[in-house]
Design a protein around this ligand. Structure first.
Ligand SMILES: Nc1ncnc2c1ncn2[C@@H]1O[C@H](COP(=O)(O)OP(=O)(O)OP(=O)(O)O)[C@@H](O)[C@H]1O
Ligand SMILES: [Mg+2]
Length: 287
């Protein structure tokens, strides 16, 4: 069964079609990277998956059932910035989901329940490499630490689906590579389904099991899915690959900074995918 089933979804704001006929079956446990030009509706799509926005038309199912009307703990989210609360410490931010889940009325836990939550939060902070930073405030953290904190906070509710909206785009390359490793590890450990919006194709190829391109082909029409690239079987022996997989893989032999979509790195067009450079690592045969 699909973890997420998006069926003929449209989003129209003030008579303007933003998303048009979006249909997508997302397998449980997959890591889908969504790429597309600025303003095409990627965040809008994630907000719909989060139930922060309702589709104007169409349906979205989570494990076969319509999405709840409101955001729920089974869907975690991390944005580029401001995912965490500035007035709470690192520990307070990570305990927050447990406080809400444990005490919906007061939003606070007491006694043994609070001690358990604190132990769980501290374990999660250690897991993402933030042990020792428990009593700092977000403004006292580096960008990478803030995003580790945002990931930790999003994971405390044990989400089945994690939604990431350009979560690493403000980080320097070294920090970004580290947090890619962390994200991949967390995804593998939890088995959750991840939908990540990114402008960075190399990130999409490095982390994703599938890349979906959102694009508005005509100005008066809405954005549609113009390309859907499965990457899951990249490590399969060649003889087990379909012709379509082979086509994609011969275009995209390794991590990716070397591809542009439609030959225009800054203006997406999914008509073709072409190599734009071949780094030494690619020649060394990374899967
Ligand atoms: N609540 C809203 N009301 C009206 N228009 C909206 C609303 N939310 C988004 N839009 C419009 O929908 C379009 C898509 O916005 P969205 O933020 O989803 O784009 P995006 O693909 O995430 O862009 P970026 O890559 O710059 O983050 C924009 O034109 C935006 O102005
Ligand atoms: Mg956006």
């Amino acid at each position: 069964m699909s973890a997420i089933s998006v069926r003929d979804v449209w989003q129209v704001y003030d008579g303007r079609v933003v998303l048009e006929r979006i249909s997508l079956e997302i397998k449980s446990g997959s890591f889908v990277a969504i790429v597309g030009p600025s303003g095409c509706g990627k965040t809008t799509f994630l907000r719909m998956l989060m139930s922060e926005e309702r589709p104007s038309r169409g349906t979205i199912l989570l494990d076969g059932r319509p999405l709840p009307d409101e955001p729920t703990a089974d869907r975690g989210v991390v944005f580029q910035r401001y995912s965490v609360l500035p007035h709470l410490t690192v520990l307070g931010n990570v305990m927050l989901p447990l406080e809400f889940l444990g005490s919906r009325l007061l939003g606070r836990l007491f006694g043994a329940a609070r001690r358990d939550a604190e132990a769980e939060a501290r374990a999660m902070l250690a897991h993402v490499g933030l042990d020792g930073a428990e009593h700092l405030y977000p403004a006292q953290l580096s960008g990478g630490m803030q995003q580790r904190l945002a990931l930790a906070q999003a994971l405390m509710g044990k989400p089945r689906v994690l939604l990431l909206d350009e979560p690493f785009s403000a980080l320097d390359p070294g920090t970004r590579a580290e947090i890619h490793g962390l994200t991949k590890r967390l995804w593998e450990e939890t088995g959750m389904t991840v939908v990540m919006v990114t402008h960075d194709l190399s990130e999409a190829f490095r982390l994703g099991t599938r890349i979906v391109v959102f694009e508005r082909l005509e100005p008066e029409r809405g954005t549609r899915i113009t390309f859907d690239i499965p990457l899951e079987g990249r490590k399969k022996p060649q003889e087990h690959r379909t012709p379509r997989e082979m086509h994609i893989l011969t275009q995209e032999k390794s991590p990716c900074d070397r591809i542009a979509v439609g030959g225009r790195p800054s203006a997406w067009s999914a008509a073709t995918i072409i190599p734009i450079s071949t780094p030494a690592k690619a020649a060394a045969g990374r899967p």
